[in-house]
Design a protein around this ligand. Structure first.
Ligand code: B12
Length: 251
């Protein structure tokens, strides 16, 4: 059962350890396929494992949902996450700081790079319409935003950042097949390091729903934003990282 900061999953009764998982196996739907799904679940530590849903999806593939008990516990005190380490500012506050301290518009260049065409996320951050009741960065009077859209190559991005004298480059990566988001991010950060001296390099920010926010240093970027990010968080981070923070780059 739960005690202090240790928790376990909950399904029917508190602390019963019940979880639900879904996966696809490359086999046609039959009794053997269902047995294989249960065996896989057992090997994942789910025991007993109840097969609650099995559906053929195309030729030779079956989708499964399994419900069952795990004995694993999670110690919340041992969980490490990237906490927000900058204050959340209103649009008015962001504009005021940029105007007073930078005395010019803060230039932001954004894009989806590689073959990724999922622009909804970067548009939510950049376009006036925004997301979750917040307006995007284009709405901020003191920010100058260039949104390059989808499938931008790394050389194109570097050139656009140079032309716009970007203070920050915002890249979105949604497709994670074959770790494309990691490869593309590494390629992008390496290209900026090669093209520009440290003092002129823009702040590099990537975002997308499946990034691990703790991987920033490893990927060569300054910050990673994940699921549910709002424009206000990004604008506040820009002000912190570029202007007001202890290691601010500008001014
Ligand atoms: C809409 C959509 C599409 C649309 C995209 C339209 C468009 N203009 O964007 C279309 C139909 C074109 C499409 C195509 C494909 N898609 Co699609 N798509 C989706 C879908 C349903 C929603 C994505 C979305 O818009 N989310 C809403 C936005 C607001 O959320 P978000 O992207 O996470 O953004 C937020 C944060 O992550 C963060 N953020 C994101 N980027 C950035 C960047 C910065 C700088 C910052 C600060 C923050 C930030 O802030 C945002 C706001 O909170 C997802 C499934 C899903 N439910 O997520 C699949 C999904 C992403 N697609 C998928 C796939 C496979 C494809 C295709 C390959 C399918 C195919 N075989 O053709 C193609 C690929 C096309 C391409 N070349 O990229 C897979 C990806 C799987 C994977 N592991 O990579 C998904 C997960 C579906 C699935 N379950 O299989 N897709």
């Amino acid at each position: 059962m739960t005690g202090g900061s240790v928790v376990r999953p909950y399904g029917d009764t508190t602390g019963d350890g019940m979880v639900q998982v879904s996966f696809t196996l490359p086999v046609p739907h039959d009794k053997r396929a269902e047995g294989a799904a249960v065996q896989l679940a057992n090997r994942m530590g789910i025991d007993p494992a109840l097969l609650v849903h099995a559906k053929p999806i195309g030729d030779g593939f079956t989708f499964f949902v399994v419900y069952g008990r795990v004995n694993h516990l999670v110690d919340l005190s041992a969980v490490r996450v990237v906490e927000r380490d900058f204050p959340l500012l209103s649009a008015k506050e962001v504009n005021a700081v940029v105007k007073r301290r930078l005395r010019r518009k803060l230039s932001v260049v954004g894009a989806c790079i590689g073959t990724d065409a999922h622009t909804v996320g970067i548009d939510a951050i950049l376009n006036v319409k925004g997301i979750a009741g917040e307006k995007g960065l284009e709405y901020y009077r003191e920010l100058s935003v260039t949104n390059l859209g989808a499938q931008v190559s790394v050389p194109e991005l570097v050139e656009a950042a140079r032309v716009a004298r970007a203070d920050a480059v915002l890249v979105s990566q949604v497709v994670t097949q074959r770790d494309a988001h990691l490869h593309n991010t590494r390629e992008m950060s390496a290209a900026f390091r090669e093209a520009l001296p440290a003092a002129r390099r823009p702040l590099l920010i990537v975002g997308g729903p499946r990034f691990d926010e703790s991987q920033a240093a490893e990927l060569g970027v300054d910050r990673i934003f994940g699921r549910g990010t709002t424009p206000g968080e990004v604008a506040s981070y820009l002000v912190h990282a570029l202007i007001t923070g202890r290691r601010a780059r500008v001014a």
